[in-house]
Design a protein around this ligand. Structure first.
Ligand code: ATP
Length: 475
């Protein structure tokens, strides 16, 4: 790593020539300028391609080969520096299994799903949005979906994409739509599906709880009141209220089973990941309908790692819980007519049970989608820091355990080569090299195709900037 500082020191003499060429106005062009000196390396994306912001044909401000050759000829240190970067990058990428590039991702009209995930703030949205733009510019009807409760697609595209509906994104050559799926707490128009599901659970539970069951249609239920009632009943007689009541009805066994399900907890704190799972299943429902069949590429901007991991285990959890609830319901249905009479209308009960069954089926679909190697790929996005790399490693391990296909690792925000480094940059660069080294030695990550994306000196916002990023990352 000390070599970096030494090399950087030797580049200080070039700062003048850089300063002459680079004005504050075209600072992005700085990257392009540096791009002309970076080696083009096999499958690894060169971090510095064309900086064109025109939607059609990219042009590169400093593409002239003679210009590049001039500097390579007169400033041999560039060779050394680039060789150093090349060796570092290559050594990280060496064990990579043979993973095809963007050509493979874009080929074919069969629908494919790409899910981008990783630690918060590493650039998931930027990478997802740039991939969506690139698919659209390559002739695919594309949908980019944010299932992260804290959406940032609108910010990334610099367009208002809120509302929980498919919104056309202006700019790409082919239709690109965006959807920010609303979560439990959202007040938008999109139906708060997860709330309804939770109320289904509550609804079935209430069936066996009250002597005077007040059947409330799902659409009319007052969530706060229902929760209050549930809590009160559960607290009665020091928490034995439900059990006493059910014992009195000859249903003590069922009360125990209900206890196992911990429905009270479920209502107070819906299982983490539920919102996202519902969002994904909702999108799949959308896509199953004929009018959306034209979408051939679906890109998901997922929630940060923790959520994703819980999402993966959620279908099994819900499958088991819903299975138990439905069994319980069957038992209740075959109970005495006296009990039946307090459980209200058959139709409403059936409705609740059907919804639960539907939820279970959708969750199984979400799980299957995640595991489908032919149509789905989970792309991990990280940054070159020890913390982010460690988290990515854990994410990969969990995804492997769940049989979710992962082939690529994007390392975003890598410092671009520089003729000279300030003290801060030198330390940062050293840190980044250490993190890249970690990836090389990490058993979970070393087999992934490594994609490098440079830290650029401006925020990546709007379609032109996303296209620029897409041309770097997706090759
Ligand atoms: N390579 C990059 N160079 C410079 N800025 C970047 C780069 N990648 C992302 N950014 C910026 O970092 C910020 C966070 O990026 P982004 O929203 O894509 O991250 P995220 O992982 O989706 O965040 P969150 O987890 O909060 O949703 C944005 O301002 C974005 O423009």
């Amino acid at each position: 790593m000390e070599k970096t500082a030494a090399l950087n020191a030797s580049f200080t003499s070039y700062s003048l020539s850089f300063n002459k060429i680079l004005t504050p106005k075209n600072s992005m062009a700085a990257v392009s300028f540096l791009a002309s000196f970076s080696p083009r390396i096999h499958s690894l994306s060169s971090p510095f391609p064309s900086l064109s912001i025109k939607p059609k044909r990219p042009t590169n401000t400093f593409q002239g080969d003679s210009f590049t050759l001039f500097f390579y000829y007169f400033f041999p240190s560039f060779w050394i520096y680039n060789l150093y970067i090349w060796v570092a990058v290559r050594s990280v990428a060496a064990p990579t299994e043979d993973v095809a590039g963007f050509d493979d991702m874009v080929s074919g009209k069969q629908r494919k799903y790409y899910m981008l995930g990783g630690k918060g703030g590493v650039g998931k949205t930027s990478c997802a949005a740039s991939l969506a733009v690139k698919f659209a510019n390559n002739g695919h009807h594309t949908l980019v979906v944010s299932t992260d409760p804290a959406h940032s697609l609108s910010d990334s595209f610099a367009q208002d994409l809120t509302g929980g509906m498919l919104v056309p994104v202006e700019g790409p050559d082919f239709p690109l739509f965006a959807l920010e799926v609303c979560g439990i707490n959202s007040k938008s128009k999109f139906p708060s599906f997860s709330l309804k599901i939770l109320f289904c659970l509550l609804h079935v539970t209430l069936e066996v709880m009250y002597s005077k069951v007040k059947f409330i249609a799902l659409t009319q239920i007052n969530p706060e009141k229902a929760r209050e009632e549930f809590r009160d009943a559960a607290k009665n007689n020091g928490g034995t209220g439900v059990k006493d009541f059910m014992d009195g009805m000859g249903l003590g066994m069922l009360a125990e089973q209900l206890g196992e399900l911990k429905l009270g907890e479920l209502l107070d704190t819906p299982p983490p990941g539920l919102d996202e799972a519902i969002a994904i299943s909702k999108v799949m429902q959308f896509l199953d309908s004929p009018q959306y069949s034209k979408f051939t590429r679906i890109v998901f901007d997922t929630a940060p790692t923790g959520h994703t991991l819980r999402l993966l285990s959620l279908p099994d959890f819900l499958d088991a819980s819903i299975g138990k609830i439905l069994k319980l319901r069957e038992k209740i249905a075959s109970a005495t007519s006296a009990i039946k009479s307090v459980f209200g209308q058959e139709e409403t009960r059936q409705n609740a049970a059907d919804k639960l069954e539907q939820l279970r089926e959708r969750m199984v679909k979400v799980r299957d989608l995640f595991r489908d190697t032919d149509s789905t790929e989970f792309v991990i996005v990280t940054i070159p820091t020890v913390m982010a790399v460690s988290e990515s490693s854990r994410l990969r391990a969990s995804l492997s355990k769940e049989n979710v296909p992962v082939r690529r690792l994007i390392v975003n925000q890598i410092l671009p080569p520089s003729a000279f480094d300030c003290k801060f940059c030198a330390v940062k660069r050293k840190d980044q090299m250490r993190a890249l080294d970690m990836i090389r030695n990490d058993p979970e990550l070393l087999s992934l195709k490594l994609i490098q994306s440079p830290l650029v000196d401006m925020e990546i916002r709007g379609v032109p900037a996303l296209k620029f990023m897409g041309d770097i990352v997706w090759k």
